[in-house]
Design a protein around this ligand. Structure first.
Ligand code: VGL
Ligand code: ZN
Length: 188
C-alpha cells in the first residue's frame, strides 16, 4: 500500500474567527502537523485541498446559496491557518473556483485523482475541515474511486449545523468502508 495524506480545507474561514468557523477547528492543527511531519519525513506525498471561491460564488447567501461568504480566493480567510505546516514539496488543490461550481469534495472538478494515481497511491489518510461537508465528500469520492481511506478522528472537525452532524458523517464514512484511527495511534 502506498499512502498519501489529504488535508482538507484547513483554512482561516473554517477556524475560530473565520466566517464559517468550525468550533475548535484550530484544535486539529497540532495533530494535523504531527501527521504532516510524519509523512514528509517518510517522503510520502501530502496534499492540501482548499476552498477557493470567486467573490460572487453561488454558495454564498447573497447569491441564494447556503453559506455566508467564505474562502474567497486571495483573501485572508482563504489562507491556510498560520500554524499549519505546509511543506515546500506538498501539493495544493484548489476547488470550487468558479461561480457556479460547488465542490465539497477535493476530487470534484480537480486533478486530485489523476495526481494520486500517477504517484501510485492507493491508500489515503484524511484529516481536516469540515467533517460533515468537505471531509465527508472527499472520503466518499475517494472510496468510490477505489482508494483505501483512513479518517483521523481527532484531526477532523465538524460545522454541526445540527449538533450530531459530525458524528453522523463519521458513521456514514465508516459504513462506506473508511477506517478511523486516532492521530496518536497512527504509525507509518
Ligand atoms: C465547506 C461549506 C462550504 C467545507 C466548504 O470545507 O467543509 N463547507 N464550503
Ligand atoms: Zn465553500
Amino acid at each position: 500500500m502506498k499512502q498519501a495524506l489529504i488535508a482538507v480545507d484547513i483554512q482561516n474561514d473554517f477556524c475560530p474567527g473565520g466566517s464559517l468557523a468550525v468550533a475548535d477547528g484550530d484544535k486539529i492543527i497540532a495533530p494535523a502537523n504531527r501527521l504532516i511531519k510524519l509523512f514528509e519525513q517518510k517522503g510520502y506525498p501530502v496534499f492540501f485541498t482548499r476552498d477557493w471561491h470567486p467573490a460572487d460564488h453561488s454558495s454564498f447567501n447573497e447569491n441564494g446559496g447556503a453559506w455566508p461568504p467564505h474562502c474567497v480566493a486571495g483573501t485572508q480567510g482563504a489562507l491556510f491557518h498560520k500554524d499549519l505546516i505546509v511543506p515546500e514539496r506538498s501539493f495544493v488543490i484548489s476547488k470550487a473556483v468558479e461561480k457556479n461550481s460547488e465542490a465539497y469534495s477535493g476530487f470534484q472538478g480537480t486533478d486530485l485523482s489523476v495526481r494520486l494515481r500517477s504517484l501510485g497511491i492507493n491508500d489515503l489518510v484524511v484529516i481536516g475541515l469540515a467533517t460533515d461537508y468537505c471531509v465527508k465528500s472527499t472520503v466518499m469520492d475517494a472510496i468510490q474511486e477505489g482508494f483505501a481511506v483512513t479518517v483521523i478522528s481527532d484531526a477532523v472537525g465538524a460545522v454541526n449545523v445540527q449538533p450530531d452532524d459530525g458524528e453522523k458523517a463519521m458513521l456514514e464514512m465508516q459504513k462506506a468502508g473508511a477506517k478511523t484511527a486516532a492521530s496518536s495511534d497512527f504509525v507509518i
